[in-house]
Write a protein that binds this ligand. Structure first.
Ligand code: GN1
Ligand code: MG
Length: 364
């Protein structure tokens, strides 16, 4: 056991030292963030870094992902972007990626000091800042040519597609697992026509495709330690063209829930309508110059849409034997899916209120 740990440590040191880091390595700590990649905080005598081993089962085309990140990052730097952009540290041979002995790709970013808010610490000021940050990110990219960006995961946010996959899986499964997800699936089914509608509006170009982040969950927002302001938006792996509706909805999904998506006690779940309003105020302030009517029409349903999509994805992974998301125990993806269903139900109760709020902002 001891030998395995020290071998892993030696391997990590070799990887780290292949990058242009400043100073000597002082500590290496695995971070408990993200459900896909494996992340380490590396403290060196002069600077701190985040090292990431990219999961190639999911991110198949890593060099294209890096091209997207570099392009968007450069664009943001040249566009009066209000937040700190990412600093990629290159390898000693001037590459963005290092491939280890097992051909696993690694990359390194300069660490950005930040404050992490727990659910109970969030407040309306933070939520407005969060909304402004996502709106500003979209505004900076609103006219960026989507053709320059390669979509690295097909149909990444295509709720109807995920829905159809789950439907097939359920009809081919039996016994305990089928029973566990069937009731939730029946609940999701009532929204199928709305999943379809969004796709139709995108196809008809009524909802425009723009360069989006596609993973705007609150964990990917770094806040300043003192000011309650956003410092940086990280995790650009899923930069692709899409509708902004998903970015908007995912931010709400992960911050207006009163607990984490990993909480298996659904009694802890509630939807904070006030936070929704604060986020939306910030978002619409920053997006007013580009957002169109059809996009706005969906901002009340957006959180429900993304939460249902996330439930579908967790259930799908559960039925597939948990091969996509990292888990800490066997039924975790089932619990995560049930958590999201409980949240979607709480959101539904507030849909009309959300609609009214968007309307009231449009009139003022
Ligand atoms: C994954 O790996 P992470 O935590 O950045 C997933 C997102 C989900 C999220 C749920 C490429 O993001 O789509 O919303 O988990 N990323 C991918 O926490 O599937
Ligand atoms: Mg991500």
């Amino acid at each position: 056991m001891q030998t395995a740990i020290s071998n892993k440590f030696m391997e990590l040191k070799t990887i780290i030292n292949s990058f242009e880091i400043e100073g000597e390595i002082e500590s290496i700590q695995q971070l408990n963030i993200g459900l896909i990649n494996t992340n380490y905080l590396v403290v060196c005598s002069q600077k701190k870094y985040v090292f990431q081993q990219i999961n190639t089962t999911i991110f198949k085309n890593v060099s294209t992902i890096m091209e997207n990140i570099v392009m968007v990052n450069e664009h943001l730097k040249n566009t009066n972007y209000n937040y700190e952009s990412l600093t990629l540290i290159s390898t000693k041979s001037k590459e963005n990626l290092f491939f280890d002995a097992n051909k696993n790709p690694w990359r390194c970013f300069a660490f950005i000091e930040n404050k992490n808010y727990t659910f109970s610490e969030l407040n309306n000021t933070i939520m407005t800042e969060y909304g402004k940050a996502i709106g500003h990110f979209h505004a900076c990219l609103a006219n960026y040519d989507t053709a320059k960006i390669t979509n690295t995961i097909d149909n990444f946010h295509n709720t109807l597609k995920y829905f159809n996959v789950l439907e097939d899986l359920i009809s081919n499964s039996s016994g305990k697992q089928k029973n566990e997800v069937e009731e939730s699936f029946a609940f999701i089914q009532q929204f199928e026509d709305r999943f379809q509608k969004i796709n139709q509006l995108i196809d008809a170009e009524k909802i425009p495709l723009r360069v989006c982040h596609n993973d705007t969950k609150i964990d990917n927002i770094l806040f300043d330690s003192n000011s309650e302001k956003v410092k940086s938006i990280i995790d650009l792996d899923t930069i692709m063209s899409n509708t902004i509706i998903y970015d908007f909805g995912d931010a709400i999904r992960t911050s207006c829930n009163t607990t984490s998506e990993n909480d298996c006690d659904i009694n802890n779940i509630n939807f904070n309508l006030d936070f929704y309003k604060s986020f939306t105020t910030g978002y619409l302030k920053e997006s007013k110059d580009f957002i169109c009517k059809e996009e706005k029409n969906w901002l009340a349903f957006a959180p429900i849409l993304v939460t249902l999509e996330q439930a579908i994805r967790f259930f799908t992974d559960y039925l597939n034997g948990s091969i996509y998301y990292k888990t800490d125990y066997p039924n975790q993806n089932l619990d995560r899916g049930l958590n999201q269903i409980a949240l979607a139900k709480k959101m539904m109760i507030n849909e009309k209120e959300m609609e009214n709020y968007i309307q009231s902002l449009s009139q003022s």
